[in-house]
Design a protein around this ligand. Structure first.
Ligand SMILES: NC(=O)c1ccc[n+]([C@@H]2O[C@H](COP(=O)([O-])OP(=O)(O)OC[C@H]3O[C@@H](n4cnc5c(N)ncnc54)[C@H](OP(=O)(O)O)[C@@H]3O)[C@@H](O)[C@H]2O)c1
Length: 239
């Protein structure tokens, strides 16, 4: 049977890596973008041969009306969704005192609300299917209180994603739905040096993708509501 995966923010970065791997594993992909249209078309071009029914969708996930339209389009074309990866999540490295209201709101909306809206749009169909996987992308330390000078609002938002993961898993487990979270350390070294990481390098996309493949495998059947840190022993604020 065809398996459909929606990966939000899959034109670039981690989302693109996840989408390419899932296409290799036989999924039909929904490639989502907001502004990066040409990059998204390129990703679709790369997977079309092995995943011919894959489609492209466009939405700003901060708006529930756009999310609803996007999922209506997905269900009209593909009928089902087996896996939703809530990968979208803005980051801003700025002092709290210098952050505008709209920047603060943008962090909360792109991380928490995008996860909430997409999950809510997909859950009724997953309940009918009596199966489904949701993977939320967090960040290392999302379970704890992190008062980092220039990124506290981002961590506040990711903690919201962590809470959503737990809540939704608890409510939906009885319908055969799995909701888990993967929390990577910094994927680029713009802020950190390789020597800041206990394993001598920052996390790579494929480290995260491998954790995702495990979580959606039959071996992870009883893992629900979990947060897996893919951080190589890195702890925020600890040298
Ligand atoms: N990068 C890191 O070091 C790092 C570390 C730990 C965790 N993470 C988390 O990993 C995930 C992916 O990170 P990344 O660095 O690969 O992502 P990214 O490049 O910062 O963003 C991925 C995509 O998200 C889309 N996006 C942002 N806000 C949106 C909105 N309101 N509506 C719809 N799309 C929106 C953008 O799409 P368009 O370009 O099409 O507008 C963007 O290309 C994020 O959740 C991030 O918080 C990242």
């Amino acid at each position: 049977m065809e398996k459909v995966a929606v990966v939000t923010g899959s034109a670039k970065g981690l989302g693109k890596s996840i989408a390419l791997t899932l296409a290799d594993r036989g999924y039909t992909l929904v490639i989502h973008y907001r502004k990066s249209r040409s990059e998204a078309q390129e990703v679709l071009g790369k997977i079309k041969k092995r995943s011919p029914r894959s489609i492209l969708v466009n939405a700003d996930l901060s708006w529930e009306s756009e999310v609803k339209k996007m999922f209506a389009q997905i269900f009209a074309k593909l009928k089902r969704v087996d896996l939703l990866v809530n990968n979208v999540g803005g980051f801003l490295y700025k002092k709290f005192s210098q952050m505008t209201t709209s920047e603060f709101r943008g962090l909360i909306e792109s991380n928490v609300y995008s996860t909430l809206f997409c999950s809510r749009a997909v859950l009724p169909v997953m309940r009918k299917q009596k199966s489904g996987q949701i993977i939320n992308i967090g960040v290392v330390g999302a379970e704890r209180l992190n008062l980092l000078e220039k990124s506290a609002p981002y961590f506040y938002a990711k903690h919201g994603v962590y809470m959503l993961t737990k809540m939704v898993a608890h409510e939906e487990a009885k319908y055969g739905i799995h909701v888990n979270m993967i929390s990577p350390a910094s994927l680029d070294t713009a802020i950190f040096k390789s020597s800041d990481f206990p394993m001598g390098r920052s996390v790579r996309y494929d480290d995260v993708v491998k954790a995702l493949l495990f979580l959606i495998s039959a071996d992870a059947y009883y893992i629900n509501g979990a947060n897996i840190e893919v951080a190589g022993g890195f702890i925020l604020g600890v040298k």
